[in-house]
Design a protein around this ligand. Sequence first.
Ligand SMILES: Cc1cc2nc3c(=O)[nH]c(=O)nc-3n(C[C@H](O)[C@H](O)[C@H](O)COP(=O)(O)OP(=O)(O)OC[C@H]3O[C@@H](n4cnc5c(N)ncnc54)[C@H](O)[C@@H]3O)c2cc1C
Length: 385
Amino acid sequence: MVERHAVVAGAGIGGLAAALALHRRGWRVTVLERAPEPREVGAGITLMANAVRGLDALGLGTAARRLGHDGAAGGLRTWDGRWLSQVDAEEMHRLLGTSALGVHRTALHRMLREALPAEALRTGCAVQDADPDTGVVHYLRDGAPAELRADLVVGADGLRSTLRTRLWPHIPPPAYGGSTAWRAAIPYGGPMLAAVSWGPGAEFGMVPLGGGQVYWYAAVSAPPGERAPDELAAARERFGDWHEPVPALLAATPPDAVLRNDLYHLATPLPSYARGRVALLGDAAHAMMPNLGQGGCQAIEDAVTLGAVAGPDADIPAALRAYDRARRSRSQAVARAAARMARFGQQLRNPAAIAVRDTMVRLTPGRMALRSMARYADWHPPRAT
Ligand SMILES: Cc1cc2nc3c(=O)[nH]c(=O)nc-3n(C[C@H](O)[C@H](O)[C@H](O)COP(=O)(O)OP(=O)(O)OC[C@H]3O[C@@H](n4cnc5c(N)ncnc54)[C@H](O)[C@@H]3O)c2cc1C
């Protein structure tokens, strides 16, 4: 049988997971990454049970659990430390059959990369266009034009996807979601929960990563593009009087560990994730607000589903239509829920609305709260066809 070739644009979590899913189905894969070096910025990431199941399907679940920290207890608090709801980690594990994981992004990225044949990844290659009929991919290699022919092309080129812009030109660019976020992964020896706290127009989250490391993020409503001369000082000013261990985490953070990103999402949903031989996945297909911790998890679901439909004998346009049917409504529903969660959670500022929200959350029976939290994490990889 002639070996089929898949070209993946973008070596983020989604692109590497897709390349691995296809590689495991017998495809030769080439991943074209624009950056000169393979890398993943962004401190830590929470992989909910759906993503952990996806990694299990890719044969990496055990390694991921070893890399990260799983089953942390936690919940939701107010900025001054009053609990609104608490998550029983064991109950959550029983409900979903596996636990969420906190993982350092660099370690996750390396694990995905190392599971691929070394020759699969080509850095310094910026994809410019792909022909959905012929599968020819045009790219610039260190600035010089080049092309590759593929049976299947995966657009995993992130929030500002070139392939989305080329093949779905009527879709407006990502919209600013109204908030900006600082984040860092740091060594921290104190007791640690996986918890989120809400204040007016602000949210602070902390996630143990294992190995004595903790990931924290701090989001606030702000105009786009606002920057501080010292980002850590700005975060301390905003969150320094929150409950412990928020000030302790900020105090333990070196200034050069802090990243700041404005939060953008694809506010206009795509009418399809597939065109001919090209499929989009991850942020290229459905960039969402981070408030459910699901953007990367959905990218892993996409990747696993793509591998499941793209068998060795599959008719590619038909397989990609099946991928679109399996993925679009679910991932777009998660994206809508993430935007709602941003408005209802971090972005709420009106004191009366906050009081009503907090009372609602506090009075929700534990089991119901658990089920609503587990809702989007309850996913099982499809059977390969
Ligand atoms: C503050 C914050 C917190 C988050 N927390 C979580 C969380 O806890 N859990 C979770 O699941 N998700 C979280 N997310 C979302 C998650 O980070 C993204 O959904 C995920 O990283 C998307 O992966 P991706 O591979 O689709 O895109 P990306 O990670 O953006 O990767 C795209 C890759 O494509 C490359 N590229 C771009 N253009 C080209 C081109 N033309 N040619 C070749 N290569 C190209 C880029 O260099 C990059 O390497 C968070 C996001 C933010 C902003």
